[in-house]
Design a protein around this ligand. Structure first.
Ligand code: NAD
Length: 376
């Protein structure tokens, strides 16, 4: 069996998710390349030693450059914070390693461009972790659109809300600083929504946006009784115009009390509509005018084996996949892409188009006008 060595940087939320996916992918999908868990990196030796043992990595280190230089590593998975993505990805590309990087690609558009150029120069495969695209329900929606089930698309409306920063008492942290986090809700949440819009509807060409930092100061744990100024946006709203000519809207908030993962969108066509919400990730609502008028209404379609690759996990419809399963599907896509069996989406060049939209929204909000020609 063909194998490829995996190097993983980060053992936090996404690091664990990647490690579990690499551990499960062979049993679930039998990909053409079997991942070999070679080298794991994080900053604290005790943490990374324990994680390497738990996840089944052969070696561990606290110096990410050792993972890049490790001759047994063929793919570098980057789950470190955004500010480190560029340096790690460029070093890996220069060492000829394939790169699997968490979203958003980088802190700045310029950094994302440098990463894309480095990957193209090196001729490596790249994939950015827009895992919500892997949902069998989202893939089913794409097939319905391609088959013309809802006719010509008229518009797209999307929201991505969570409440992880809704509490004003939440302490000031790196997430609040542009130099450490880049954008706020745009880079954390809205970029996922843009990935869905690009996948289902096509590329966004123009935006007219408004952004706002609602909680402007947060208690600073490094000073007694002091506060830190929040530098990036809590909420963003944008009008969209797609390359195809259709319009749409995007809204995102990291302070939306009660919303946990409301990545919700609806696409309305000339003959029907599709509605989805990631908080109910195992279903889509479908309305089509093919149904006789007296029986028309939204139908809830539960994911099942008829919606690939759900059946790889479970033979029974409606029993449901989970968030971590999306990473297993993504890792299978990565390994198939490296083996030349399918082309990877979104690679760095595609993810750069997502970054242009996010940074276009920031620019539009600053200039208070439409920004056009985002993705020429
Ligand atoms: N795809 C998704 O759905 C999704 C969800 C959450 C986060 N993310 C992205 O994943 C990335 C990480 O986010 P997270 O929530 O896992 O953060 P996290 O804080 O839980 O984990 C980050 C890890 O990186 C480690 N780290 C930091 N600096 C390092 C260095 N110099 N060398 C080695 N390790 C280092 C930290 O110690 C930590 O263990 C971010 O880019 C984030 O935007 C993606």
């Amino acid at each position: 069996m063909n194998e490829i060595g995996i190097g993983l940087i980060g053992t936090g939320f996404m690091g664990k998710c990647h490690a579990l996916a690499f551990g499960a992918v062979d049993a679930v999908f039998a990909p053409p390349l079997k991942p070999r868990l070679e080298n794991l990196c994080d900053m604290d030796a005790d943490v990374v030693r324990r994680a390497a043992d738990d996840f089944g990595f052969s070696r561990w280190t606290t110096d990410w450059r050792e993972v890049v230089d490790d001759p047994a590593v063929g793919v570098l998975a980057i789950t470190a914070p955004n500010a480190l993505h560029r340096e790690m990805a460029v070093a890996a590309a220069e060492a000829g390693k394939h790169v699997y990087c968490e979203k958003p690609m980088a802190l700045t558009l310029a950094d994302a461009e440098v990463m894309t150029e480095a990957a193209a120069r090196a001729g490596i495969e790249t994939l950015v972790g827009y895992n919500y695209l892997r949902n069998p329900a989202v893939q089913h929606a794409r097939r319905l659109i391609d088959e013309g089930t809802i006719g010509e698309i008229a518009y797209f409306r999307g929201v991505y809300d969570e409440d992880y920063m809704a509490d004003p008492a939440l302490p000031y942290s790196w997430r609040c600083r542009v130099d450490d986090a880049g954008t706020g809700t745009l880079g954390d949440l809205a970029c996922h929504l843009v990935s869905i819009a690009h996948f289902l509807v096509g590329r966004i060409d123009s935006v007219c946006a408004d952004t706002e930092t609602v909680i402007r100061e947060r208690p600073d744990p490094d000073t007694s009784g002091g506060t830190g100024e929040v530098e990036n946006e809590d909420i963003a709203h944008a009008l969209l115009r797609f390359e195809s000519g259709i319009g749409g809207t995007l809204a995102s908030s990291r302070i939306a009390w009660g919303r946990k993962c409301r990545l919700a969108w609806e696409i309305v066509g000339s003959r029907g509509s599709i509605v989805f919400d990631q908080e109910r990730m195992n279903e889509i609502s479908l309305f089509t005018t093919d149904t006789p008028k007296e029986r028309r209404g939204f139908t809830t379609v539960l994911s099942g084996p008829l919606h690939p690759p759900y059946g790889q996990f479970c033979p029974a419809p409606g029993h449901g996949l989970g968030f971590n399963d999306l990473k297993v599907i993504e890792v299978n896509h990565l390994l198939r892409g490296i083996a030349g069996k399918e082309s990877l989406f979104p690679g760095f060049a595609d993810a750069l188009e997502i970054e242009r939209v996010i940074h276009g929204i920031v620019e539009s909000a600053c200039q208070r006008q439409w920004i056009t020609g985002l993705n020429p």
